[in-house]
Design a binder for this molecule. Structure first.
Ligand SMILES: O=C(O)C(=O)C[C@H](O)[C@H](O)COP(=O)(O)O
Length: 228
């Protein structure tokens, strides 16, 4: 299944969270991907962090195609158009970036692929939308102003769909502050991927954490509707 840019935006919204992960070992990546899927994730961002990240990603796409066809698999930590092209060729469903780069927008628009650039000011968010971004990432989310920043942006720009990534915590209190501020979804990395004392990822705990975050976001949204 190929996901359109609108599918991606809707899936991000309906699930409410995107796990963000990198590991150089493909077997670890497969297990973590599966644990997140079992926990309810339907959009997953692998990050382009190591020298051979593209090789791991290519294998992960094959694994997803065979085992988890309903999961949208995208790539983050992309800084330029050539790297965007490489990952589109490998089958990325969407592109995420810590920065805003107009050349990346052009290539994603031409291929009608979802592109979420990292922004830190209203001017950047607004420019990203002009360039065709449906969901704009704020990065690093907690440090560029946190939920208060999102609330401030949504005042003059209620149409903006914002995904904070970086420093989002999988706790009720933190998730509530982001949801109340009006985010489209959240991206969560390090805090989801717990390890055992021997250094191995604890897949059961990862699955449970993902399920907890998704359920919590849904509950908070329902409560908001009831209050309104
Ligand atoms: O480079 C990107 O495209 C990113 O998304 C950056 C990071 O992977 C996230 O910021 C994770 O942040 P934590 O949840 O604080 O671990």
């Amino acid at each position: 299944m190929k996901f359109s840019r609108i599918d991606i935006a809707l899936m991000m919204k309906s699930v409410g969270m995107v796990p963000v992960f990198y590991h150089k070992d493909i077997e670890v990546c497969k297990q973590v991907l599966k644990a997140c899927y079992k926990g309810g994730a339907r959009v997953f961002e692998f990050t382009n962090r190591g020298d051979f990240a593209h090789e791991v990603f290519a294998e992960l796409v094959h694994f997803r195609n065979k085992e988890l066809p309903e999961l949208a698999l995208g790539i983050g930590t992309i800084y330029d158009a050539p790297t965007t092209a490489l990952y589109l060729q490998l089958g990325a469903d969407f592109i995420v970036s810590p920065i805003l780069n107009a050349e990346m927008a052009k290539i994603c628009n031409r291929r009608k692929v979802s592109w979420s650039p990292g922004c830190g000011t209203l001017t950047e968010i607004s420019y990203a939308e002009e360039l065709g971004a449906e969901v704009v990432k704020i990065f690093p989310g907690a440090q560029v102003g946190g939920p208060e920043f999102v609330k401030a942006v949504k005042g003059p720009q209620p149409w903006s769909s914002i995904m904070p990534t970086g420093g989002v915590k999988p706790t009720e209190e933190n998730l509530r502050s982001w949801i109340d501020a009006g985010v489209h979804c959240v991206g969560i990395g390090s805090q989801l991927f717990v390890k055992d004392t021997n250094g191995d990822f604890n897949l059961e705990q990862i699955e449970n954490k993902v399920a907890y975050v998704i359920e919590m976001i849904h509950q908070i949204r329902v409560q908001e509707v009831e209050i309104v």
